[in-house]
Write a protein that binds this ligand. Structure first.
Ligand SMILES: [Zn+2]
Length: 161
C-alpha cells in the first residue's frame, strides 16, 4: 500500500474514470493499477455503479469472493462473447459425465472380476481332492501310533521289571 500522505497511484478503476483514487477506494483492492484490462472487462459487464453498490451491500467476508466471481465472469465473457461462463460450465459438465461413465464401467468390470474370482475359488474348494480324506487318514494314523506307543510302553515297563 502507498504511504498515507504521498502521491498514490490511482487504481485501474479510478484511472479509467480519470478521478483521484482516495484512500479507502472501494474498488482499489480488486483492480490494481497494473491490470487495466481486468477492470475494463468488469466495467463492461457490470458497470462501476453496480460493483460499488454490490460491495456496499455485502459483508466484509463475502466481498473478496464476490469480486473474484465478477472478475472471472467478466474475463470469460470477454474471451467467449457468446457463452461466457456457460461455455466453461458445459465443458466441465461434459467432462464430469465422461468421468462418471468411465467410473461406472470400471466399477462394473471390478464387480465382474470379483464375481469370477469368487466362483473360481468356490469351484476349487469343491474340487479340491482329499478334503475329508486327511481326517480319515489322520484318525487311522493316530490309532496305529497309539497302538505302537502302548506296545513300546509295555516293552519299557517290562524291561524295568
Ligand atoms: Zn480507486
Amino acid at each position: 500500500m502507498a504511504a498515507k500522505d504521498g502521491p498514490r497511484p490511482p487504481c485501474a478503476a479510478c484511472k479509467y474514470q480519470r478521478r483521484r483514487c482516495w484512500p479507502g477506494c472501494t474498488l482499489a483492492p480488486y483492480f490494481p493499477a497494473e491490470k487495466p484490462k481486468m477492470f475494463k472487462n468488469a466495467h463492461r459487464l457490470y458497470g462501476v455503479c453496480n460493483m460499488t453498490r454490490m460491495l456496499r451491500r455485502l459483508r466484509d467476508d463475502q466481498k473478496d469472493d464476490a469480486m473474484k466471481s465478477v472478475i472471472y465472469e467478466s474475463d470469460l465473457r470477454q474471451r467467449f462473447p457468446v457463452y461466457g461462463c456457460l461455455g466453461i460450465i458445459r465443458q466441465l459438465q461434459e467432462q464430469l459425465k465422461r468421468y462418471q461413465d468411465e467410473l461406472y464401467h470400471v466399477n462394473s468390470l471390478l464387480a465382474a472380476i470379483k464375481l469370477q474370482g469368487q466362483s473360481r475359488n468356490h469351484q476349487w474348494r469343491n474340487q479340491s481332492p482329499g478334503r475329508g480324506v486327511p481326517k480319515k487318514l489322520a484318525s487311522q494314523c493316530k490309532q496305529e501310533c497309539d497302538a505302537d506307543a502302548d506296545v513300546h510302553t509295555v516293552d519299557i515297563v517290562d524291561d524295568k521289571h
